[in-house]
Design a binder for this molecule. Sequence first.
Ligand SMILES: Nc1ncnc2c1ncn2[C@@H]1O[C@H](COP(=O)(O)OP(=O)(O)OP(=O)(O)O)[C@@H](O)[C@H]1O
Ligand SMILES: [Mg+2]
Length: 367
Amino acid sequence: RVALACALFVNPDILLLDEPTNHLDFPAVIWLQKYLVGYEKTLLVVSHDRHFLNYVTTDIIHLYNRNLNYYKGNYDTFAVVRAEQRLAQQRAYEASEAKRKHMQEFIDKFRFNAKRASLVQSRIKALARMEKVAEVEDEAALRFELPQVVKVEGNMVALDNVDFAYDQRKGYILRNVSVCVHAESRVGVLGANGAGKTTLIKLLMGSLEPLTGRAIRNRTVRVSCFNQHHVDQLDLDATPLDFLKTKFSKATTDQLRSHLSRYGIGSSLHEQLIGNLSGGQQSRVAFALVTYRQPHLMVMDEPTNHLDIETIDALVNAIKKWNGAVLFVSHDQYFLEQVGKDFWGVTDGRVKQFRTFKDAKSFSYAR
Ligand SMILES: Nc1ncnc2c1ncn2[C@@H]1O[C@H](COP(=O)(O)OP(=O)(O)OP(=O)(O)O)[C@@H](O)[C@H]1O
Ligand SMILES: [Mg+2]
C-alpha cells in the first residue's frame, strides 16, 4: 500500500504498475480499480488478476513466445478472441497438412510414371512453395503433481483459546482464538490487510508462541510452509539446484533436476542464480522446495502472488487431485473459491469459521 501510494501521489502521465494487486485485500483492490478507471492518463499494468484486468483495461498486450500480440477489450474478450484464433489456426494447420499429404501421395504414386513426369515435377515445386502453418502449441503443458500421503487421524495443528500480541501495550492482534486443521481440511483464511492472518499462521506453525492458551501440534505430521514473502525462504545467491542440494543432501542431482522440472523450472534455469529469476520463477522454486518432503499439510500464505494465470490453474488442479490438507491465506477470489472448502474470517482480533466464501467475505470486510 505504501509503494502504491507513492506511485499514485505524483500523478504521472504514464503510470506503470507491475502486479499492483499482490498483497492487497479486497477493499483495497476495489478502491484501486475505481481509481484507475477514473485515471485519465495512460496506464500500463502487468497483472495476473483476471477480475482486476476485466475491470480496468481497455486493451490487452499478450507477451508470448517473445512476441507482443495486441487485442482490443478486457481480459475476458482477450480470452475468447485468443481461443477463436487458436481454433482457426488449428483448422488451417489441419487443412494444410491434409493438402500436403494429398500432394505427397500423388508424387509418390506417379514418381516413376513418364507420362505424368511434368505433373509430378510441378507438384514437387508446389509442395516446396507451400507455406507451413504452425501447429497450435499445447498450453496445458504445465502440470504440478503433489505426492499423495497416508492419512493422519485427528488434529494436525490446533489453537486452543489463544491470545496474542506483539506488544501488549499496543493491544492484542488475536483474542480467544480456537481453530483446528485435520486431514480433510481445505481452509481459506481471509481478512483485511493487517488483520492478523500471517500472525495466525505463525502461531499454528510454532514460529510464534501464544501469550495465553495453547498451540497444539501433532509431531508425526509433516508440514510444509510457503511464506507470504517466499523469497525469504530462498537463498538468492544460490542456483535452484545448489539450493535444493543444501536442503536435501541425500537426493541425487538427477532427482533434484527432475523435481525442479516438474514445477515448470526448465533445465536452463537450474544453474542461474535465484536472485536473477523472475518473481514467478522464484515462486516455482519455492513450491519445489515445500513439496519435496511430501507434506501431509501444506500451509500457504498468499501463494498466488507473482504466479501467472497458467501456474495458478496448475496449482489449483494439483491441489484438487491431492489427498493432503491445505491451509492458505489469500486475497484471490478465484483461488479461494476453487480450493477452499472451509473459510476462516479474521477481523478485530477474532477468527470465525464459515462454510461459504461469501459469508466469510462479508464478515471479514464489514468495516
Ligand atoms: N513482527 C511484528 N512486530 C510488531 N507488529 C507486527 C509484527 N508483524 C506484524 N505486526 C502487526 O500485526 C498486525 C497483523 O499483521 P499480519 O502480518 O498478521 O497481518 P495480515 O493479516 O497477514 O496482513 P496482510 O494481508 O497485509 O498480509 C499488523 O497490524 C502488523 O502491523
Ligand atoms: Mg499476511
